[in-house]
Design a protein. Sequence first.
Length: 312
Amino acid sequence: MNNSNSLSIPRPSASGEGFSYPYLSATQQQNLPELIQLTPLPKMFDDSTHQLWRCDTVEGEFMLKVCDGNAVANSTFWQGMSLLFDVQLPAQLGEFKGVYDLISQHSPLMIPDHIASDSENSNKQQRAFILTKMLSGSMVEPHDVDDEMMKALAKHISQMHAQQQTTWGRVTQPELALDDWPIRLQNTLITLAVQQDIPGNLLAEALSQAKTIKADFAVPIMLDLRWDQFLQENGKLSALVDLDAIVYAPRELELVLLEYILTPKQAIIFKSEYPYSIDLSQVRQPYRLLLFLMNVLGKKDVGCWMQREYGF
């Protein structure tokens, strides 16, 4: 990925001289809160696909995320989301109210109020955005995480994994049959591996194991789960603020991702709080390779990535 930012940062226009919200059409912003001040926020990663603005309005503070269609097209993460889950950004950004509704209904954490989201075509340019209420708190850093935060994360994930479905895919339209999971997984691995220098033996091993996977149900999982997607307040895990990459999938895929995020001590706490059995031995190789090919945690060495010690 690592493409340069293709969204320039416009200045907010003066009252009566056009539209204050950047990149949004007149139709998109006609019902949005009146803007007082617009503050662009720095991109956290070179391959970020959204530009963020803090919006001070007459109705309070909001967060505006504008999707960069060029960055999405060049992102191996979103290529994987498209190939495997049929998630198409920016075209489907207008569906995200359903994602926020689902997660806020079941998570013990605070979820930002969804104000508006939309994607429309104008002069062959897609203007896709999400506007949410700003939540109090600060971004969680890995060194901030204590035992109580781990228990809170485990509770959140446990409650998400309790929402079982017999189809999978996009949260708003999980229409894919469970029998298709191993087939689409193999096809996604092959397509992404062609674009990267993956040793043939690693791919062959992952494909061999992927063929045997049997998915009994799907649950909401977060494929870009990292600590910086959460907020903390008064030393407690308080909110989940980034819901862009939540899909219905076998829960083991998210557990394999957690193996890369949690320390050994944190993994022990998670297992003690998680109410379901964990056996990743039959899925670890293909799921690890998928996460590597999708670049979920940044560029890594594939050998080291695949040989990481087991967390669960």
